[in-house]
Design a protein around this ligand. Structure first.
Ligand code: NI
Length: 200
């Protein structure tokens, strides 16, 4: 499997148009940076906090889902969990295919996971510049609710299954740093501390 990340390079989201490429690129980058400024980063305790089940399926919840979807798109991500935008609700959004509608899962629970696992590289909007190998089940079945409280069941494989599991980890306060090898965790933590130092 090729590299998997919840961060896409800006180039991938661009349609090549020679005349406007440069302008588009800087616009896209500006929008991405604006969105990323709203995403909680490594060191924020909310990323280690377990999110609470959602009981009220009201307009506020649907507005939150909308906002998360917009931020994820603008940040050029393929998944986002509520913790990452400072909200401790069990809500995640994802979109693994460009142009597809954003999917939202409220109160997701894994019903079944395959014994077959696969290792692939993952990134995270909350962990700038970090990519680590994570082993996860290849196939999963997840039950959840939509923004109105209606039950949904998702059967996912490959990249989709990986993103859902990555975002569900966020809802439990778990990061990819906790899912990789000791070696890679050490290396990533060092890179993150350097990044924090530069950002200060
Ligand atoms: Ni993430």
């Amino acid at each position: 499997m090729s590299e998997v990340t919840d961060q896409l390079e800006p180039e991938q989201a661009l349609e090549a148009d020679l005349e406007t490429e440069e302008a588009l690129d800087s616009e896209l980058v500006a929008r991405r940076d604006e969105a990323l400024a709203h995403v909680r980063k490594f060191g924020d305790p909310i990323l280690k906090t377990k999110a609470r089940p959602v009981n009220e399926f009201d307009a506020a919840l649907r507005a939150e889902i909308e906002r998360m979807g917009g931020l994820m798109r603008d940040a050029l991500g393929i998944g986002l969990a509520a913790n990452q935008v400072g909200v401790l609700n069990r809500v995640l959004v994802y979109r693994v295919q460009e142009g597809a509608p954003v999917a939202a899962l409220v109160n997701p629970e894994v019903e079944w996971r395959s014994s077959m696992q696969e290792t692939a590289e993952e990134g995270c909007l909350s962990l700038p510049q970090v990519h680590v190998d994570v082993e996860r089940p290849v196939h999963i079945r997840v039950s959840a609710q939509d923004g109105f409280g209606a039950p949904i069941v998702i059967e996912a494989s490959g990249l989709e299954a990986r993103v859902i599991q990555h975002e569900m980890d966020h809802l439990d306060g778990v990061l990819i740093l906790n899912r990789t090898s000791r070696e890679q965790r050490k290396e990533a933590t060092r890179a993150l501390r350097e990044w924090q130092f530069r950002a200060e």
